[in-house]
Design a binder for this molecule. Structure first.
Ligand SMILES: Cc1cc2nc3c(=O)[nH]c(=O)nc-3n(C[C@H](O)[C@H](O)[C@H](O)COP(=O)(O)OP(=O)(O)OC[C@H]3O[C@@H](n4cnc5c(N)ncnc54)[C@H](O)[C@@H]3O)c2cc1C
Length: 325
């Protein structure tokens, strides 16, 4: 792996803005996120909610804000590592190395923008669940084409489940939406669209077992009211029943942590030289957990990381409007 100027741990709004700003300042960037897509809480927790406190946007859907942040954050082509959790931080001669379950990533500086910690999808909690991951069971859709013509069961009653049901209409074969109640958290417009589509709704049902040999071939559903069991053939199951977050491994990196947040100074630098923390994960007196303030922290941290790497560089980046990007 090549050594980058800065590795950003967490591709939420603050991490994405840090990636943009570091690119603007001519730094090489890597973003690592445990989720399968960028956007952090905006994408994972409230994609269909309106956000009203973004400068320049009287109101904007969280998923649209995420889309714009991703476009802006990736315009200098950062290396993007998804579905890997930064588990360890080791000191090296050049700076640091970040170890995930799949690789070791060398870097000169680090910006931790990990929010409340690494998100991981809530699992069904049934036997053999691990065995079927990648063999028909998924917690998000990475490759829509892989579901072409397949019998797809989508589990969940929130925005992600309904968004995927609608998104797969042009690709998948028969689509079923399975939910343990008849009340949905999803936006009512998406619910209405799904109810008026070819998606079959299976309400008051929970997945109790997965079947197949090498690949998933079917599931057992339980009626959550009568407890009656039903066999249900399908080729793929997309589970969208929420996320858990945990600061987890970051707690063991030797950082000064208070109340689950990383303590920083006025440069947003932690007690480890060259390791910065921004956004929801950082802590200082009177900290506000807002995107508008977090992206300002991102710009400041990047400028201090830049001057750390290049003592001749100015802290003030100049105005972006003076550039031609
Ligand atoms: C329902 C709801 C509504 C909200 N509405 C607003 C609003 O209107 N206005 C506003 O300003 N704010 C709002 N917020 C808060 C806002 O979403 C957060 O302040 C913001 O998302 C913080 O951004 P972040 O980049 O710091 O972290 P996050 O968005 O939390 O992103 C952190 C990312 O880091 C990843 N990560 C963490 N640890 C690791 C690791 N070890 N390895 C790899 N990846 C890791 C996570 O998977 C995640 O993707 C709302 C929050 C919620 C829950």
């Amino acid at each position: 792996m090549n050594t980058v100027d800065v590795t950003i741990i967490g591709g939420g709004p603050c991490g994405l803005f840090a990636a943009f700003y570091a690119g603007l300042r001519g730094m090489s960037v890597r973003i690592v996120d445990s989720l399968s897509e960028l956007g952090g809480q905006l994408t994972a927790l409230y994609p269909e909610k309106y956000v009203y406190d973004m400068p320049g946007f009287p109101k904007v859907l969280a998923k649209d804000l995420a889309k714009n942040l991703i476009e802006q954050g990736t315009q200098f082509n950062p290396e993007i590592v998804l579905e890997e959790t930064a588990n360890q931080l080791e000191k090296t001669d050049e700076g640091y190395a970040i170890r995930t379950e799949a690789g070791v990533y060398p870097t000169r500086t680090v910006i931790i923008s990990a929010g409340a910690g690494a998100f991981s999808p809530t699992k069904l909690g049934v036997e053999n669940e691990e065995h079927y991951i990648g063999r028909g069971l998924m917690y998000g859709v990475r490759d829509k084409k892989s579901l072409e013509g397949k019998r797809v069961a989508i589990v969940g009653g929130g925005d992600s489940a309904f968004d995927w049901a609608l998104n797969l209409l042009d690709t998948a074969g028969p689509i079923s939406l399975i939910h343990r109640r008849d009340v949905f958290k999803a936006h009512e417009d998406s619910v209405h669209q799904v109810q008026n589509s070819r998606v079959e709704m299976h309400l008051w049902r929970a997945v109790k077992a997965l079947h197949g040999t090498d690949k998933l071939e079917g599931i057992t559903l339980e009626n959550t009211q009568t407890k009656e069991l039903q066999e249900f053939p399908c080729d793929a199951i997309v589970v969208n029943i929420g996320f858990k977050s945990s600061l987890g491994p970051i707690k063991d990196w030797g950082l000064d942590i208070q109340k689950n947040q990383v303590v920083v100074d006025h440069k947003f630098e932690t007690n480890l030289p060259g390791v910065f923390a921004i956004g929801d994960v950082c802590s200082f007196a009177e900290k506000l957990k807002l995107i508008a303030t977090g992206v300002g922290e991102a710009a400041t941290a990047v400028c201090f990381a830049k001057t750390r790497l290049d003592p001749d560089a100015k802290l003030f980046p100049g105005h972006s409007s003076d550039r031609d990007l």
